[in-house]
Design a protein around this ligand. Structure first.
Ligand code: NDP
Length: 328
């Protein structure tokens, strides 16, 4: 038997989440069984801990889109018992059972070996949010961003993606302007390396002029919506925005003018279906470019029992930094 956070749905369509004992024969099919040590809470986990947000297909469901732990059984030659592994993405924790349990069973193809320099705990402090922040920074670099080009904007900065993006960019020598709707996080964001705080309200209004003063050399955007539209008009000539999230909305009430007159690029970032080689490269960069003392400062420790509350909090934009759930 092992412990799992299970979400159940009533006939009336209401969901409830509780920690339950479960037998191993209920685990889904897969070629590697992992003893999960840590998981985390991302925005998607907030959805899957509640109504499912259209991501969950069947109940009872075990959410948790990320986990890290040790291989307990393996039918795949790439993984041996005792190996430390990370899982993010592949719709685990959404369409399939995920990491909010002491055991998880998945396809070997979805796993990544824990890179040197990270523990299973620090890997989950990074999680999908931090992994995606790294992918966004790599995409901006691939499109010509370098520190001497100027200030880089990070939106949703006190959230998971934003916190890790801020710390990585600052460590790489970039000047980071951090957008937040929570003025009380200013000190925290500065401790991660932000050199300037931009109030959310300054970028909240819809586009009035398609082009504003050229301000940002790059942007990691976790917010989308009206804020992304506004930011596009403030990018420097030829600069790129990595579109990561939709915390502020899925619409894009923009004009094409920044693309046509300033050669601005809008780069889409997906972490879920990323090929294995990209994943290994990004995790290697995280181990190298994300300072562990800054990562420590982002961690909010939690247990499986805390998850229903944390799920609601992340959907309300109330979680700061990265939650690390001790599962074992
Ligand atoms: P968090 O909730 O931790 O962070 C989101 C942050 O956005 C909040 O902390 C808040 O920052 C800001 N925010 C929230 N609501 C609004 C609003 N209405 N208007 C403006 N800003 C707002 O979530 P994550 O960092 O885990 O994820 C961020 C986004 O990225 C989500 O939409 C998520 O689904 C997406 N995502 C996408 C991935 C991909 O593969 N493309 C992978 C991972 C995440 P502050 O308080 O500082 O203003």
């Amino acid at each position: 038997m092992f412990k799992a956070l299970v979400v159940e749905k009533t006939e009336a369509g209401e969901t409830s989440a509780s920690v339950q004992e479960m037998s191993e024969d209920r685990l889904p099919e897969g070629d590697v069984t992992v003893a999960v040590e840590y998981s985390t809470v991302n925005y998607k986990d907030g959805l899957c801990l509640g109504s499912g947000g259209g991501l969950v297909r069947s109940w009872p469901h075990v959410p948790g889109i990320d986990f890290a732990g040790r291989v307990e059984a393996s039918e795949d030659p790439r993984y041996a018992v005792g190996d430390e592994v990370i899982l993010t993405g592949w719709r685990v924790g959404e369409a399939r059972w995920g990491g909010y349990a002491e055991k998880a069973r998945v396809k070997a193809d979805w796993l990544v070996p824990l890179p040197e320099g990270l523990s299973t705990r620090t890997a989950m402090a990074v999680g999908t949010a931090g992994f995606t922040a790294m992918l966004a920074v790599m995409a901006l670099e691939d499109h010509g961003l370098s520190p001497e080009k100027g200030e880089v904007l990070v939106t949703g900065a006190a959230g998971g993606v934003g916190s890790v993006a801020t710390a990585i960019l600052s460590n790489l020598g970039y000047e980071v302007a951090a957008v937040t709707g929570r003025p009380e996080t200013e000190e925290y964001l500065k401790s991660l390396g932000a050199s300037r705080i931009v109030a959310r309200g300054d970028l909240a209004e819809t586009v009035k002029r398609p082009l504003e003063t050229e301000t940002w050399a790059g942007c990691v955007d976790a917010v989308g919506g009206a804020m992304l539209a506004r930011v596009l008009g403030q990018m420097k000539y030829g600069a790129s925005v990595a579109a990561v999230g939709l915390a502020g909305g899925a619409s894009l009430p923009a004009t094409v003018v920044p693309f046509l007159l300033r050669g601005v690029n809008l780069l889409g970032i997906d972490s879920v279906m990323r090929p294995y080689e990209d994943r290994v490269r990004a995790w290697g960069r995280i181990a190298r470019d994300l300072p562990m003392d800054k990562l420590d400062g982002m961690i909010v420790p939690a247990t499986l029992e805390d998850l229903p509350r944390l799920g609601a909090e992340i959907l309300n934009g109330q979680v700061r930094g990265r939650v690390v759930v001790e599962v074992r």
